[in-house]
Design a protein around this ligand. Structure first.
Ligand code: NOJ
Length: 718
């Protein structure tokens, strides 16, 4: 439809129809076929109002979507199709590893594939828009939603966020009906919830906001993301859903976002609980003037917006908001085909998509695990070896993780099933997932551990323990799982722990006890198969941590991006008193950002730098050889960090700027090159502008944020 035709629709709309477009409800409002029962009754909604709403969130099947759309189009006066949105976060029915696991690949191309294929499956079930990607900057593993994030580094997160948007949206939503419009969330600061407690207060400096929290959103917007969701939290004391400065000035102004702004679930009415609004009318008024186009699951706009618009003369703002929603529907091609291809789908296409997804999920879930530790080369297992598989995650199918609401965990492949297909002498001692491990179960484990050459301990979290509303004050292994590890390690030193979880855990209780730890996160539908392939060495681990593992929960929030402070701790002063340190714990991570081992032995060898100094329009090249000093082929991620020695505002000691994935055959060596330009040195100043001054910089290249195998000092001059 052309713009003038869309504008024409707008002129035909009544005030109430315009407000309706800004309302999003769940499918249950339609379940009684529009009879006024249940939620409609509760909200005192009329039938007329129901058939004016703009959007539905959280449908499950294409039949449901077709039925709701059909009834709606039949009953609504203007027949503007509904737009259907849902949380397609790491797959729809076929589930990929969680986003934090996907971030361990450091690969925008991989997340692009995930997004593209998730979109394919979700659109076949009638979804038009996904509430993904989550671009929230995170530093606190107590916050359960780190599971949905890209980790603690803003540069990596921005690159991955771009990958998601590209994969979901493709090039043209109206012709590519197997693509979804993406909604980047949660704008902004949600990951900084105090104490890691979900929905809690946030208080951030603007320098921090611009440097660390905005880049992923900016990347999504540059990539053409269609929607932005505002967050639940406060910024500068005002919840973002009612915060004009955040939405109008920063999102619309500085970031130049022109698409639809949607609130988070009930966030408009929650302005009352924040004690920013005295009632629903005031809540609606604050949210609307802040710039929220669509009210997700509250009746504030529905009931009060028409009156507010009339009283305050905001007709133009209303028209603009409605027009943005009509534009989204138009881009999705809904005016031409409100069913967006659903009617033409056949069973063969659906089956082909499922098959394609299963293959892609298997390959990608082989790339997401991170080998944290592998002393004594316990892994890979050897063919024919006598192996005991023990623990709550041994046979568990609870391996999809949060946000797999349509995912079928009963079809997920458990680790036991994966390992049973391998040539091993395997004994399995499953334990009830999510239950406290009893002394009796530990005794059984000890008997089995003594009888076997190697013990795989499969432990971690249940899906309920990370994700939204899953904050934890303690992030150590719970339910006696640490006791199990300690006891087993006493009777058999050849223990490999396989960890299933959605957040960095505090592993200090077990890290010294066992030689090997493989972090597999929540690996998704094909988890057991991919992990078995990794344990057998048919595939080599290559994941790198996108988020640091702390030594203690007391260190949180923790990130490798810490600032120097006026009293930095180093080897020489670590026992002195008036130093920025803990008396009872180190400052550093147990496993730092960027860390991740391989069965191969990699080495970075410096091959020299092109210049020691450069100007604005010049670049510097650093060449290095990446060597595989082992007979096992494998892949790794080579990382380049910078340290700006003197700055106008305090900067992190190290910042990731570039990375390259390198795959090497046995004893192979490849030369790679990093090219550094002034752009890599830019940072946010006190006035929020981005620039860099002349001066000295250290460049570090290695295989983790703490690896300084290659170091150069360079000067940036005018
Ligand atoms: C609340 C969550 O914060 C958000 O991420 C999600 O997209 C919405 N609910 C919709 O389910």
């Amino acid at each position: 439809m052309r713009t003038n035709e869309l504008k024409q629709i707008l002129t035909e709309m009544t005030l109430s129809e315009k407000v309706g477009q800004l309302v999003q409800l769940t499918p249950d409002f339609f379940l009684a076929g529009g009879e006024i029962t249940g939620p409609m009754q509760e909200w005192q909604m009329s039938k007329e109002q129901l058939f004016q709403i703009g959007s539905v969130l959280g449908t499950h099947t294409s039949e449901q979507v077709m039925q709701i759309q059909e009834t709606y189009l039949e009953k609504s006066r203007l027949k503007i199709p509904l737009v259907f949105m849902a949380d397609v976060i790491h797959g729809y029915e076929s589930i990929y590893p969680i986003p934090l696991a996907l971030a361990s690949t450091f690969s925008p191309e991989i997340v692009e594939e995930v997004a593209q294929l998730s979109a394919k499956e979700a659109t076949q079930a009638g979804v038009h828009v996904t509430f993904s990607p989550m671009g929230d900057h995170v530093m606190d593993a107590r916050w359960g939603r780190v599971l949905e994030s890209n980790g603690e580094d803003p540069t990596l997160s921005a690159a991955l966020t771009r990958g998601y948007v590209r994969g979901y949206q493709g090039g043209n939503l109206s012709t590519e009906k197997n693509r979804l419009a993406a909604c980047v969330k949660h704008f902004v600061g949600y990951g900084a919830a105090q104490g890691g407690r979900d929905y809690n207060t946030v208080d951030l400096s603007h320098v921090n906001l611009y440097q660390n929290y905005l880049p992923a959103f900016q990347a999504a917007i540059e990539e053409g993301v269609e929607l932005v969701m505002t967050s639940f939290n406060t910024m500068d004391g005002i919840p973002v859903t009612g915060n004009k400065e955040m939405v109008q000035k920063i999102l619309r102004g500085d970031l130049n976002f022109e698409g639809v702004v949607i609130s988070d679930w009930a966030a408009v009415v929650e302005l009352i609980a924040h004690r920013i609004a005295k009632d629903k009318k005031e809540a609606a008024s604050l949210a609307f003037s802040a710039g929220i186009d669509m009210d997700m699951m509250s009746d504030s706009y529905q009931t009060h917006l028409a009156e507010i618009v009339l009283d305050t003369n905001q007709q133009v703002a209303l028209d603009n908001a409605v027009f943005r929603i009509l534009t989204l529907k138009n881009k999705l091609g809904l005016f031409e085909d409100p069913y967006r291809g659903l009617r033409e789908l056949d069973d063969n296409q659906l089956a082909a998509t499922k098959k394609q997804l299963a293959e892609s999920i298997l390959t990608i879930s082989e790339k997401t695990p991170v080998l944290l530790k592998n002393d004594n080369q316990i892994l890979p297992l050897k063919v024919g070896q006598k192996v005991a598989l023990i623990g709550p995650k041994a046979s568990s199918q609870d391996i999809l993780g949060a946000w797999s609401w349509i995912g079928e965990s009963e079809k997920a492949i458990s680790l036991a099933s994966g390992l049973q297909e391998k040539s091993l002498e395997l004994s399995v001692l499953p334990m009830e997932d999510g239950q406290v491990i009893t002394d009796e179960a530990i005794n059984q484990a000890l008997i089995l551990a003594k009888e076997n050459e190697v013990v795989i301990l499969a432990i971690g979290e249940t899906s309920e323990e990370s994700g939204e509303a899953a904050s934890l004050a303690q992030i150590s292994l719970s339910r006696n799982q640490d006791k199990l590890v300690q006891a087993v390690a006493q009777v058999n030193p050849n223990v490999a722990v396989v960890l299933f979880n959605g957040r960095p855990l505090d592993l200090s209780n077990i890290v010294e006890e066992v030689p090997t730890i493989l972090e597999v996160w929540f690996p998704g539908s094909q988890g057991g198969r991919s992990i078995a392939n990794l344990l057998m060495g048919e595939v080599n681990p290559e994941g790198k941590l996108p988020m640091s593992f702390p030594r203690s929960v007391g260190q949180l929030p923790l990130s490798y991006l810490s600032l120097s402070t006026g009293r930095p701790m180093h080897e020489g002063n670590k026992d002195q008193k008036y130093i920025s340190r803990y008396m009872d714990e180190g400052n550093d991570a147990l496993f730092p950002f960027g860390h991740g081992l391989s069965y191969s032995q990699f080495e970075c060898v410096d091959q020299g730098i092109s210049h020691q100094a450069f100007r604005e329009d010049e670049t510097i090249e650093i060449r290095l050889a990446v060597k595989n000093n082992s007979q096992i082929a494998g892949g790794t991620t080579v990382q380049l960090y910078i340290e700006d020695l003197v700055t106008k505002v305090a900067r992190p000691v190290k910042e990731l700027k570039q990375w390259q994935k390198v795959y090497l055959e046995a004893f192979e060596e490849k030369e790679i090159c990093f090219t550094i330009s002034a752009e890599d040195l830019f940072y946010v100043h006190h006035d929020l502008s981005r620039s860099v001054e002349t001066g000295e910089f250290n460049l570090y290249i290695g295989l983790s944020s703490q690896d300084e195998s290659i170091k150069h000092q360079v000067a940036y001059t005018m």
